[in-house]
Design a protein around this ligand. Sequence first.
Ligand SMILES: C[S@@+](CC[C@H](N)C(=O)[O-])C[C@H]1O[C@@H](n2cnc3c(N)ncnc32)[C@H](O)[C@@H]1O
Length: 252
Amino acid sequence: MDALKAVPSSRLAVVWSVVTGELARPMDCDTVEGPCRVVDVGGGTGGFAVPLAQAGYEVTVVDPSPNALAGLTRRAADAGVAERVTAVQGDTDALTGLVEPGSVRLVLCHSVLEMVDSPQLSMDAIASVLAPGGAASILGANRVGAVLSRALIGNLSAAMALLNDPDGRVGERDTLCRRFDPEELVTLVASGGLTVEQRHGVQVLADMTPGGRDTEPGAAQALREFEAATAALAPYRDIATHIHVLARKPVG
Ligand SMILES: C[S@@+](CC[C@H](N)C(=O)[O-])C[C@H]1O[C@@H](n2cnc3c(N)ncnc32)[C@H](O)[C@@H]1O
């Protein structure tokens, strides 16, 4: 594949690093018949799909939103990679009817499990479409990070609501259906028969410090370095805004 030319938001640097590291593993492609296939379920307007297509991968985005898919198509055309990006309208839990089971080398499912009807059915579908040896990149909202970020700005009523709600929501007006505790997300990902190989915190402190807002010279760079140093390190990774898990479907 070509050198990687574009990177999504720097806040997702650790996820990009894990995903591109996974796609660079030559042995995994050998287990999949045909070209390396990447499916980005709930991929929206292509924040990951388009940079991956620019890097040379064929990417199918499955998303129920016609508006998001229209944005994706425009973005892919603007980037000159329309021929490597396929837009399919549909839901995560219907994935097996949209993508051939056992055929996919990498499934991305980023910031989607917190809004689907059934995270379990979605994970089962993701596991079904993966080829043996293929991997899933799952990014989920972390309840712990959400509680701490609200508490640190003094919004203790929202922090307490999140802490006590069974689904980790802040009332009925919350746009998310749920947030996950870190171990809960890891258990969910493994429940479909996948083996969890890596877990990271994404934005360990980025939402809790002024560093990301460039309040002093070098602060943003210092924050990036801090994030890189703590992303894989417990307990820091477990207070991040999001939890990222890479899990693999066993061969045989
Ligand atoms: C927060 S956006 C995330 C977009 C992209 N994955 C990213 O990380 O930038 C959530 C996306 O999930 C899609 N979505 C909502 N419900 C879904 C479902 N049941 N199955 C698949 N995608 C869904 C939305 O249309 C939206 O594009």
